[in-house]
Write a protein that binds this ligand. Structure first.
Ligand SMILES: [Zn+2]
Length: 181
């Protein structure tokens, strides 16, 4: 059965973010490709159209996701340890290696932390699968919520994000998460 999808568009310090969600959970978080990237952390997250209350009434997971993203950009440490909006992922199979990698990442690597591709492979029970971990990152439909930006190279360099097009954004997000408030 096809899910009925609701959409919210947000302006954020890192540009426009589009969220798609059904009643079961968030399907997709789309980040704008950071061309001429000029982030402004003082910028409050705002809905492009409609109100957050309207969204919550229409589609609860979507409203929750909007709230989570607002809090995340205002003060990333405020969402540390908190539960996230539910996801409804249809892109990869439940029980697959990709699903396990992304689940571990979402539940074990919190705000302000990083993990290497190899460490995440080990956490998922296959220490030699760091290349497959890279593949799982590319399959991630819900960046920020499933924090693929926290997966870095073992030499400490940030590594690729959005197939290499979002590396500056990745660096900015990691900085944002450890910033003192
Ligand atoms: Zn759905």
């Amino acid at each position: 059965m096809e899910c009925k999808l609701f959409v919210a568009r947000l302006m954020s310090p890192i540009g426009q973010i589009t969220i798609e969600s059904c009643m079961r959970g968030v399907h997709k978080v789309d980040l704008q490709e950071p061309k001429n990237f000029s982030p402004d952390s003082r910028y409050e997250v705002e809905l492009v159209d409609g109100s957050a209350e309207e969204l919550v009434n229409k589609c609860e997971p979507l409203g929750k996701c909007v709230d989570w993203i607002k809090d995340y950009f205002k003060d990333a440490s405020s969402v540390r340890g908190l539960s996230k909006p539910p996801l409804h992922i249809t892109k990869y199979k439940e029980g697959s290696f990709t699903a396990a990698v992304l689940h571990n990442l979402a539940t074990k690597v919190d705000v302000g932390e990083t993990v290497s591709y190899g460490q995440l492979a080990t956490m998922t029970g296959n220490a030699r699968a760091s290349r497959a971990v890279g593949g799982a990152m590319r399959a991630n439909q819900t960046p920020l919520l499933v924090p693929c930006h926290r997966v870095v190279n073992s030499d400490g360099s940030v590594g690729n994000f959005m197939s290499g097009k979002g590396n500056v954004l990745k660096e900015w997000l990691l900085q944002h998460e450890v910033k003192e408030r």
